[in-house]
Ligand binder design. Structure first.
Ligand code: NI
Length: 226
């Protein structure tokens, strides 16, 4: 399932995040890449130990854990501390698949990367190129969103970032280990939750809603790894 979440942050908030990030320490993006993806990765990233990145990453996680659609779509068990990158002057990241399991620096915890997330932080008019291109069973999708909008997609997908030929692309990226490992199962649960919420808003028949909600929870119980 590929899903866009508009307005996770407002454009003004995204501008403030960019301003704060400008003062962080930026390193070569190859620092967190595996050997294979390192060959096709050309960008800069905030140093994983940088306190500014840590604080802003926490802010993103707080925002998302209060975001009903994100919670329903990702069903997070763990969220990898958000990282930040920027691309300019023709920088790009060729096709790759993200590492399946990532250790969190400084702690013993590891995260299985079921869901990949990109939070766009720059205004799309301010740069050319920089599309996130995701290849899945249904074809190839190019994603370029407004500042503060986010996309989630299966961690298993091949994806790349097109060269940035003008201006600068800023983003945060991170992964979610989901309670439900299979993308198709998460997708069905999400569709069901959306339908239940819609029926609830329409004040649909209460007994039917009760039954549907029961089925949702029993499927989640069946599929969740806790
Ligand atoms: Ni990637």
């Amino acid at each position: 399932m590929m899903l866009t979440l508009p307005d996770v942050f407002t454009p003004d908030e995204a501008a403030r995040l960019r301003e704060q990030l400008a003062d962080a320490s930026w390193v070569d993006g190859k620092s967190t890449a595996g050997a294979q993806s390192g060959e096709v990765k050309r960008n800069r990233q905030v140093d994983e130990d940088d306190p500014i990145g840590r604080v802003l990453g926490d802010e993103i996680i707080r925002r998302l854990t209060a975001h009903a659609v994100f919670m329903s779509a990702a069903l997070p068990r763990r969220i990898y501390p958000p990282l930040f990158n920027r691309y300019a002057d023709g920088e790009s990241f060729g096709f790759h698949v993200d590492n399946a399991v990532r250790g969190i620096k400084g702690v013993r915890e590891r995260v299985r990367t079921d869901v990949s997330c990109t939070l766009f932080l720059a205004e799309p008019e301010s740069y050319d190129g920089g599309e996130l291109v995701i290849r899945d069973t249904y074809g190839t999708h190019a994603v370029k969103l407004g500042a503060g909008d986010m996309v989630l997609y299966p961690g298993s997908s091949l994806h790349k970032v097109e060269p940035v030929t003008r201006g600068e692309r800023w983003a945060s990226f991170f992964w979610v280990e989901s309670l439900v490992r299979q993308d198709q199962w998460r997708s069905m649960l999400f569709d069901m939750d959306v339908a239940i919420q819609r029926l609830t808003a329409q004040q649909a028949d209460k007994d039917s809603l009760l039954e549907l909600t029961g089925v949702y929870h029993n499927l989640l119980r069946h599929w969740a790894d806790v």
